[in-house]
Design a binder for this molecule. Structure first.
Ligand code: PLP
Length: 364
């Protein structure tokens, strides 16, 4: 087969929008202080690691996992204080939960809608499964523009709306009244993405009881278990029963179930780590605000969005890398994020290294 034959065959088989996609890019972080992906920097105390390993030694890898992960769900219910009347569905990270939601509503021509700038996977997964995606611009302060959103709902009749609270990459919560206006106008499902719930006092589980088309999505990634891959959807059994039909039967492996159950039994350790991260967030935000020519936005998450002097985000990002610190450059990802970078809040030591590198980078 010639190259042209191969290209023709691929063009005939693979949808144009898939061929046009760039593969999800994860930058090389070797040797750098990694502040680009909202990971928890802390490890577990040695005694806890030993207990965990002992637990894993008892796992029977010759058997298939519990397909419903009952023990793990009971731990989630207890730690997150989830009402007995609600169901829980588990995914391989919330990314898989987003994919399951999209597959569930994937009728021809259906639309997914979310505010922008927002979490990139909403648009990507819509494209993967052949759905339309409509991003509705946030207002100038990155607030939810309820008027614009309700107008977009009337125009596109979205099957699925995602509202991330706190939002990534802006770090803010949306106004409660604006959220209710969107929920009340929605003809389909509304999923509140609480990936950063550990870093805010806000919690939207109560909306599930008030609106029968609202679901809440969470993840253990940002609280310290990014490597484990465990996301969850919380909501009414009627919805979750339908979505569960599309879940591959053993999507959560035995090692993940055992490890996550163990981590939730020891959740006080993770809670203390997130408490320290929240305290550091306020300190780093104040330090950034002191640096001349920088803008920093308030955050309810474990990261901070900041604006560099006009036209300098690329250079600031590169100079930080040269000084051993990796952050996320958001310049060019959305018009309202021109000159913006995002830094994950880490240990006091890593945060100080970042602040020193940034001060030097700005002085160059
Ligand atoms: C990080 C993130 C997620 C995805 O987390 P998983 O690691 O796939 O569980 C979901 N939503 C938002 C807004 C995020 O920032």
């Amino acid at each position: 087969m010639t190259v042209t034959d191969l290209e023709a065959r691929m063009a005939a088989l693979i949808r144009g929008e898939i061929r046009k996609l760039a593969a999800y890019h994860v930058p090389d972080s070797a040797g750098l202080i990694k502040l680009d992906a909202m990971e928890n920097p802390y490890r577990w105390p040695p005694a806890m690691v030993t207990d965990w390993q002992a637990r894993l030694a008892d796992v029977s890898l010759n058997r298939y996992p519990d397909p419903r992960a009952e023990a793990l769900k009971a731990s989630i219910r207890r730690v997150m204080d989830i009402d007995d009347g609600l169901e829980i569905l588990l995914g391989n990270g919330s990314d898989e939960v987003i994919q399951l939601l999209a597959l569930t509503v994937a009728t021809p021509g259906a639309t997914i809608m979310a505010p922008e700038p927002g979490f990139a996977m909403f648009r990507m997964i819509a494209t993967f499964v052949g759905l339309n995606f409509v991003g509705v611009p946030l207002d100038d302060d990155f607030g939810l523009d309820a008027g614009a959103f309700v107008a977009a709902i009337a125009e596109y009749r979205p099957a699925l709306i995602f509202l991330a609270m706190p939002n990534n990459p802006t770090g803010n919560l949306f106004d409660e009244a604006a959220v209710r206006r969107v929920v009340e106008a929605a003809p389909g499902l509304v999923v509140i993405d609480e990936a950063y719930s550990a870093f805010t006092d806000a919690n939207h589980l109560g909306l599930i009881g008030q609106y029968d088309h609202v679901l809440v999505m969470r993840t253990l990634s940002k609280v310290g278990l990014a490597g484990l891959r465990l996301g969850m959807l919380i909501g009414r059994g009627e919805w979750l029963g339908q979505i569960d039909k599309l879940r591959l039967p053993y999507n959560i492996g035995t090692l993940t179930q055992a490890s996550a159950t163990f981590a939730l039994e020891n959740f006080d350790v993770l809670r203390e780590q997130t408490r320290q991260i929240r305290a550091e967030r306020e300190r780093v935000a104040a330090a950034l605000a002191q640096l001349p020519a920088l803008t920093v936005w308030p955050s309810e998450a474990n990261f901070l969005l900041f604006g560099a002097p006009a036209g300098s985000a690329g250079a600031v990002h590169r100079r930080l890398c040269e000084r051993g610190v990796l952050v996320k450059n958001l310049d060019g990802s959305h018009p309202t994020l021109a000159d913006c970078l995002r830094v994950t809040v880490s240990t006091a030591e890593e945060n100080n290294a970042f602040l020193a590198a940034l001060a030097a980078a700005l002085a160059d």
